[in-house]
Ligand binder design. Sequence first.
Ligand code: AMP
Length: 217
Amino acid sequence: MELILLGPPGSGKGTQAARLAGELHIVHVSTGDLFRRHLKEGTALGQLARRYMDEGTLVPDDVTEAMVKERLTARDAQRGYILDGFPRNLAQAEHFQGFLYEVGRALSAVIYLAVPHDVLVERLTGRRVCPGCGANYHVRFHPPQRAGVCDVCQTPLVQRPDDREETVLTRLQVYDRETAPLIDFYRRLHLVREFDGQAPVEVVTAAILESLGARHD
Ligand code: AMP
């Protein structure tokens, strides 16, 4: 199964992608996470991506596409994958259609999580992540048991640099300009299934699984 998860930053893509990947036994491929790993490991790709990530703009297409291609041709992705954060503009979407054609695969569906902008700003600026295990929290909507500390591994939580308000506003503008047109691109291919990203996490997951014809245990 080949899935794309589309939606603005803060719509819950990462959370839903991780849950769906677990339920469907496919890999979760987040380009944001791949870039952050390169950044942490100090690779040449990480050095290159840093400037764009810090300002909330897109890393150049050729760099991103090469990284995605490498990830999707790995053995563990052959059963299927859910893409989170890619494609992010029309050029990437068209390039990706070419890749699918080359490898003889087709997209199963494009899952679109709709959330209004005012809600997104609050969700993103309040988000906190655990640098230890990657767990996500929110200062208001999903606080840890002990303020500022991860429930799972007790590591102090941090705010992603690009979740600061100024950068969040840039990211939302980039989404409107570059990524939102993909909804129509995939609608023309009859692939889009839209869900209310403001519903509770479990409700959204269950609705997506049902629409994909997958049972929710
Ligand atoms: P995310 O975690 O998906 O919000 O991504 C964090 C940052 O990584 C973005 O603001 C971009 O700078 C970069 N990034 C992630 N995915 C892409 C992509 N498909 N194309 C270009 N840049 C990306």
